[in-house]
Design a protein around this ligand. Structure first.
Ligand code: GLN
Length: 500
């Protein structure tokens, strides 16, 4: 028997397993049945790990049979962005330069999910090395948005987002350097969180920009986002940037309501030219909803964030150009044939292995860091970063959470922005300041426009994940967004189970 994973939650799976309504092996099979039915069209996955998933499923079923206590993600089919290592799988970063690279160790966040009983279904498509906002920069072809297959799912964690919307898995992980979890979350109607910098270990996740990168979850519901955070957060001796914090149950306060919560609408960002007025309207409606529930809603400006995008496109590529220096054709992945000498081998391997956007980032970053330009670009961008941090500090003196759209538009057409990198970069205007400041933010669906989901971004000060999740839960409950796309509903024949 296989089941419609779109209708199952983490809690539902636990209860169903405990009541012997289904087995973990059947849950893994359900994920693959859905992938068989949809992934030729969606292309959320780069690779599948059937053996690992069934091995994990059998372990969960043995635990159920022994009457043991089930770990928090027991039997939950999950997927990982293809920049996270898991032994026994390939980790390609959707790049030819890493094609066929087999992981020799486990990413800590991945390992924590598996130790919590999750079933590793496969690795998800992404923009090459996480450079992009549409998943079109993958060397293996784009991912399609399950809400409209002609549209992008956002990026760079587009595969991880689409896999949730398509009901191929119940949870997934992505990485967010400038918006790569939240923006695809918004475009696919999923709940997507970037935790505080340092909350989640990045050990085993291929680095893009080390002062910005964070791993975080995708799910259909806010509660499942909180449940995943409970599993992946915490100090890891293998990542010096991961922080020692007292253990926190992110689900505990979810239903606490928003009475008295000070909610700031970020006016200057909301009024940016380029924000679809219908997206803007949805965000204001969500703010009204929160006010109706007792929140104290006001306006705030973050004047320096207008420089966030240019600062990010210096800092991000600068760090990326340094991080990507290790892909040289010697130590990892693709090696050019017929090189004359070692320099020629580097040059050819890199020219053949990297796609156009990666090459663009490496060139921008190398230029910005070069002697004579360092102060004018990198130094200046770091100063802007400080101003943005101060903007947020001021805003959080008056407000507990801040609201913007997650993305200025709903999902755009595949190919629509591919030829114009700057218009693509503008997709991240709302998400980038959050990474520059290191604060947490969640994208929660708050409505739809012409059948396409709209995401509300809720930002909080450092370590305020519980507060932003509480606000997100209130929005989710009040707006009643249905996270299952019509395509998926048609396939599943409505809710409930489908016969295998
Ligand atoms: N879209 C942004 C970029 O292209 C953010 C990417 C990310 O967060 N990984 O850099």
């Amino acid at each position: 028997m296989t089941f419609d994973l779109s209708s199952l939650t983490v809690t539902g799976i636990r209860e169903g397993l405990a009541a012997r309504e289904f087995s973990a092996v059947e849950l893994a099979e359900s994920a693959y049945a859905r992938i068989d039915a949809l992934d030729a069209d969606v292309h959320a996955f780069n690779s599948l790990s059937r053996d690992l998933a069934s091995e994990a499923a059998r372990a969960v079923d043995a635990l159920v049979a022994a009457g043991g206590e089930l770990p928090p993600l027991a039997g939950v089919p999950v997927a990982f962005k293809d920049n996270m290592n898991l032994r026994g799988t390939t980790t390609t970063c959707s790049s030819r330069i890493l094609e066929g690279y087999r992981s020799v160790y486990d990413c800590t966040a991945v390992r924590r999910m598996l130790d919590a009983g999750a079933l590793p279904v496969g690795k998800c498509n992404m923009d090459e090395f996480a450079f992009g906002s549409s998943t079109e920069n993958s060397a293996f072809g784009p991912t399609h948005n399950p809400w409209d297959l002609d549209r992008v799912p956002g990026g760079s964690s587009g595969g991880s987002a689409a896999a949730i919307a398509a009901g191929e898995v119940v949870l997934s992980l992505g990485s967010d350097t400038g918006g790569s979890i939240r923006q695809p979350g918004a475009l696919t109607g999923t709940v997507a969180m970037k935790p505080t910098y340092g909350r989640v270990s990045r050990y085993g996740c291929v680095a893009f920009a080390s002062s910005l990168d964070q791993i975080g979850p995708f799910s259909k519901t806010v509660e499942e986002c909180a449940q995943t955070m409970n599993v992946i957060c915490g100090k890891d001796p293998m990542d010096a940037t991961s922080l020692e914090r007292p253990a926190e149950d992110f689900t505990a306060g979810l239903r606490g309501g928003v009475k008295g919560l000070r909610v700031g609408i970020v006016r200057d960002l909301l009024d940016l030219e380029g924000c679809d007025p219908r997206v803007r309207r949805s965000v204001l409606d969500a703010a009204d909803t929160l006010a109706g529930l007792g929140a104290e809603v006001g306006d705030v400006d973050l004047p320096s964030t207008q420089y966030g995008l240019p600062a990010y496109y210096i800092i991000g590529p600068a760090e990326a150009s340094s991080n990507l220096a290790r892909f040289d054709g010697i130590r990892y992945g693709h090696r050019a044939k017929d090189a004359d000498d070692v320099l020629d081998l580097y040059l050819r391997s890199r020219a053949e292995g990297f796609g156009p956007e990666s090459i663009r980032r490496i060139m921008i970053g190398t230029y910005a860091l070069s002697a004579g330009y360092y102060d004018a670009y990198y130094g200046q961008a770091q100063k802007v970063r400080t101003l943005i941090i101060r903007d947020f500090e001021r805003a959080f003196a008056d407000f507990d959470v801040l609201l913007t759209p997650t993305s200025p538009t709903t999902a755009f057409k595949i190919g629509e922005k591919a030829a114009d990198p700057v218009s693509m970069y503008l997709s991240d205007v709302y998400t980038i300041p959050v990474n520059l400041a290191g604060i947490p933010a969640v994208s929660v669906p708050c409505g739809s426009v012409d059948g396409l989901p709209v995401g509300l971004q809720i930002m909080g000060s450092h370590f305020a994940e519980s507060t932003i999740l509480r606000a997100a839960y209130a929005v989710e409950q009040a707006c009643g967004f249905d996270p299952v796309p019509p395509l998926v509903k048609a396939l599943a024949g409505g809710r409930g189970t489908t016969a295998s």
